[in-house]
Design a protein around this ligand. Structure first.
Ligand code: ADP
Ligand code: MG
Ligand code: MG
Length: 880
């Protein structure tokens, strides 16, 4: 279909595309827009099937519509008097800024340029239009290399001693036009037709083809935009910001899209055209200056902005051109904005009654919130990065470089901030990560181990930074010709993937007043509880500040990974007798108890879910490969004595603990069943801490969670142990505390036998990370390293199931477990913990299962609060 702007009011929006819709809307609002028409998106597929050429009936439609534009403007396309020039603009239903092409000044030729010059009395302007047209046509239609096109003007620019064509006078502008024509001729790509209609036809064809230029393809892939043809083409009468000194072109946002402040935000350039403002070629002026030089125009622009903002009830980015003191609007769209601005804009607009609170909540994108919940590079400082990797965990960190876990821990003990730099990471590096403020790796991506763990800890991570060559032995890395040694300071920005030498100024993120208000609105709407996964008292405090209603997962083994506790943990594992083991456990118990007390105090009576020891014991020892190497080296050196013996003993223990498949080995509840004294130690620490706090008047609500349950008999055994120890401790302290008992559902068998488990559980918590691993039979590390990307590329999987929950499989198990469990026990509490907890689609799914709460990393708590509100509102909108 082909529709004139002024007949488009009733046409379906998706047919017009975003740009077309904006133009049609502006016309219906009575704003000044150069006349034009739209070839709707439904034609795009037909053009494509026709080899990229418009079918005859479409071309006939274009000719008819063009007649109307000629009438509206009083100009003729290619006319010997008052010639009409056109732009052919690309568009679609998804925002793909600058990805497709647009061609300006179509219809100009050797004869038309003279008419234009005569009509306006401005030869320089006429040739400037011609020059621009030739450059567009050469690049977009003839596909001549950009450098070749630029080189064509070089001679003239040099002799005029200027850098850009914008600065040329009339005579020189004509010379450039000649040079461009010559370049086109010599290119052998075919000439430029004199006949305006031939130009138009070729231009439309090229703009359609730009749907599939490499830029656009990559962009759509990146943002997972469907590949079906959906271009909408706009053909519009040109207006000239380059006509004279009373002409200009610019962009205006109705509010500041970086801060959200309610001030006009934009730039303009006088005597310019099209995208000159964006090109960075010329220094643009501020809108304030527009107010000074063209007060009437500026006033009209302000009014138009207000009108459009009210119409769309959202901040608009507006393209405008001033032709001889007359304002024309060329585009309006929703302003892209930072997370910070999005929040302020949403809250402000709700306060201004432009939108409802619920609309405000829907306006903020949950994913972009990551940007502001972390410390970030101060965007006001211009600094150059030395390398760029994958932005794998948002936020920025600065510290001295270390290359191994031990150095990281040593530095952390001395309260030094360090950045762990590794060629790649393994599970063992978690300790190093815990001690570091950030991590930089040469290999791996967003889903690499380092990235996942860093995100969980809320620490910045730049992964896959191929430009750095890491030499762990020499304790240095090189990037280009720079060598960075251990102890040197670097800054990494996990939000953009950039790496800087030295210290770069940073801003600490805080919840702004607006953000707090927005979150308070969320809490009134959402049905789902939000808890945090936190393992330390510090994280618990942060979680509270971010509004967590409890701790959904406190991984007790994380507490053994610090430098002072690990040796005790190791000694415990190396024990020869149960007595010896109990000695060490006692020591650990005392250490844990203090942590638990601090966590209870921080959470002020909110529930805290403690997961009993889950990790296989070998994770606390030195990795086998490292140890084998050390021992081999010592043997070769003929080492003897105590140290050698200890090493040999350690090696034999590690060999003894070695499993073919640790993920499915002696871990989780199996560990506590085989070594009841380990559970006993932890349970004592938890209940003693709880009793301590309760005795001092504090409120406590501990929940004991059993990991990796597969059979109800495992659970029965452990429930007995929990109840016995709890009773004993309470008796000893003479206080009564409420506690709950539940199972982590992370093995399919647990989900399938949920009815039996529910009988002895107060709650189920879905451990979606492991449940995904066990359901797919993938080990995450291996999958992400070896085949998952391939699966995603080939479309075997649409999403990474470790990021977005696999509703069909994993979700089905969750549904079964929830349903069967609640059949047995109506008030069985359901929760989820795991990385999925803070993700919108997962929350939407959980809502449909009537899950009671999601638990995510402390940093994601605000995101989960917003997401939980959004799913409720979306549901409501759907049912209306
Ligand atoms: P994009 O989709 O990349 O924003 P546009 O179609 O908006 O591309 O066009 C690129 C530039 O050309 C914009 O600055 C726009 O304002 C300008 N432009 C487009 N059509 C006209 C016209 N008819 N008259 C004057 N300038 C135009
Ligand atoms: Mg535009
Ligand atoms: Mg698990």
């Amino acid at each position: 279909m082909i529709v004139n702007f002024n007949q488009a009011a009733d046409v379906e929006r998706t047919l017009l595309g975003l740009k077309g819709t904006g133009l049609a809307d502006m016309v219906s609002l009575g704003l000044s827009v150069p006349p034009g028409f739209i070839i709707t998106t439904d034609v795009s597929g037909r053009v494509h099937d026709n080899g990229g050429i418009m079918p005859d009936d479409v071309w006939q439609g274009v000719l008819d519509a063009l007649k109307q534009v000629e009438q509206q403007t009083g100009r003729t396309f290619g006319g010997a008097q008052s010639p009409l020039l056109l732009s052919v603009r690309s568009g679609s239903n998804v925002l793909m800024p600058g990805m497709m092409d647009t061609i300006l000044n179509i219809g100009i030729s050797d004869s038309v340029v003279e008419t234009l010059a005569r009509d306006t009395g401005n030869t320089r302007y006429a040739y400037d239009c011609y020059r621009r047209f030739l450059q567009f046509y050469a690049e977009i239609v003839l596909q001549i290399d950009k450098r070749t096109i630029q080189a064509a003007s070089r001679g003239v620019l040099n002799s005029a001693n200027v850098e850009y064509e914008d600065e040329l006078d009339e005579a020189r502008m004509k010379e450039v036009v000649d040079a461009l024509k010559k370049m086109v001729e010599e290119s052998g790509r075919g000439g430029i037709p004199e006949a305006p209609l031939d130009q138009l036809r070729a231009a439309v064809r090229a703009v359609y083809a730009s749907w599939n230029n490499p830029r656009a393809i990559t962009y759509r892939r990146l943002y997972r935009i469907a590949m079906e043809h959906g271009a909408s083409i706009t053909i519009q009468a040109m207006v000239y910001g380059n006509l004279n000194e009373n002409s200009a072109t610019g962009m205006m946002n109705t509010r500041d899209p970086t801060t959200g402040e309610k001030t006009l935000y934009g730039e303009f350039i006088s005597q310019a055209q099209g995208e000159d403002v964006l090109s960075g070629r010329l220094a643009p002026l501020s809108l304030k200056q527009l107010g000074e030089t063209m007060p009437v125009v500026f006033d009209q622009l302000k009014k138009a902005g207000r009108m459009l903002e009210e119409h769309y009830r959202d901040v608009q980015e507006i393209e405008f051109t001033v032709q001889d003191n007359e304002l024309f609007l060329l585009q309006t769209r929703k302003s892209p904005r930072t997370a910070r601005a999005a929040i302020k804009i949403a809250v402000d607009m709700a306060r201004e009654d432009l939108i409802s609170r619920e609309q405000a909540l829907m306006m903020v994108n949950t994913e972009t919130l990551n940007q502001i919940l972390h410390q970030n590079i101060d965007s006001n400082v211009a600094v150059k990065s030395v390398a760029r990797g994958v932005p794998a965990s948002p936020g920025a960190a600065c510290g001295s470089v270390v290359f191994d876990i031990e150095s990281a821990e040593r530095s952390a003990e001395m309260k030094q901030q360090v950045i762990l730099v590794r060629p790649e990471t393994t599970t063992e590096d978690v300790r190093g990560l815990a001690a570091a403020v950030g991590v930089l790796t040469r290999r791996g991506g967003r889903t690499s181990h380092a990235a996942v763990v860093a995100r969980g800890m809320g620490k910045p991570c730049v992964a896959g930074c191929e430009a750095i060559i890491v030499n762990t032995e020499a304790r240095e890395f090189t990037v280009g010709d720079v060598t960075v040694r251990e102890g040197d300071i670097i800054t990494i920005d996990g939000s953009s993937g950039r790496v800087f030498l030295g210290k770069v100024p940073m801003r600490r993120s805080q919840l702004t007043d607006e953000f707090r208000e927005l979150l308070a609105w969320c809490d009134q709407v959402r049905a789902m509880g939000v808890r945090a996964n936190t393992d330390s008292p510090e994280d618990a405090k942060l979680a509270m500040e971010f509004g967590a209603e409890g701790i959904g997962l406190c991984r007790t083994e994380q507490m053994f990974q610090t430098a002072d506790r690990l040796p005790v943990m190791r000694a415990m594992i190396m024990s020869h007798t149960e007595r010896e083991r109990r000695e060490h456990l006692k020591e650990l118990s005392a250490m844990q108890q203090q942590d638990f007390i601090d966590i209870f105090n921080a959470m002020q009576g909110r529930p805290v879910t403690f997961r009993l020891l889950d990790a296989p014991l070998h994770e606390f020892l030195i990795p086998l490969d490292t140890l084998l190497m050390e021992v081999a080296l010592l043997r070769a050196q003929g080492a003897r004595g105590r140290e050698m013996e200890a090493k040999e003993e350690l090696l034999s223990k590690v060999l003894q603990l070695k499993e073919t498949n640790p993920m499915m080995g002696l871990r989780g509840c199996r560990l506590g069943i085989l070594f009841p004294e380990i559970n006993e130690m932890q349970l004592n620490a938890i209940f003693e801490a709880a009793c301590n706090v309760a005795r001092n008047g504090g409120e406590v609500n501990p929940e004991i969670m059993i990991p990796l349950v597969g059979h109800v008999n495992e659970l029965k055994l452990l429930r007995g142990q929990v109840d016995t120890i709890a009773a004993k401790v309470m008796e000893r302290y003479r206080v009564e505390i409420p506690y709950k008992f539940g199972a982590l559902i992370e093995i399919p068998r647990a989900a399938l036998t949920a009815a039996k488990l529910a009988d002895i559980c107060d709650f189920f918590s879905f451990g979606t990370n492991d449940l995904t691993q066990t359901t797919f039979g993938f080990s995450r590390d291996d999958a992400e390293r070896k085949f998952l990307l391939h699966y995603l590329d080939q479309g075997i999987l649409n999403n990474n199931p470790f990021e977005t929950i696999d509703v069909e499989g994993v979700g089905r198990l969750m549904a079964i477990a929830g349903h069967d469990g609640r059949q047995v026990k109506e008030d069985l509490v359901l929760g989820i913990c795991g990385e999925h907890g803070g993700e919108l689609e997962t929350i939407r799914f959980c809502q449909s299962l009537a899950v009671n709460y999601v638990s995510c990393s402390a940093f994601q708590v605000p995101i989960a609060r917003l997401a939980a509100a959004q799913v409720v509102i979306a549901q409501k909108l759907k049912s209306q």
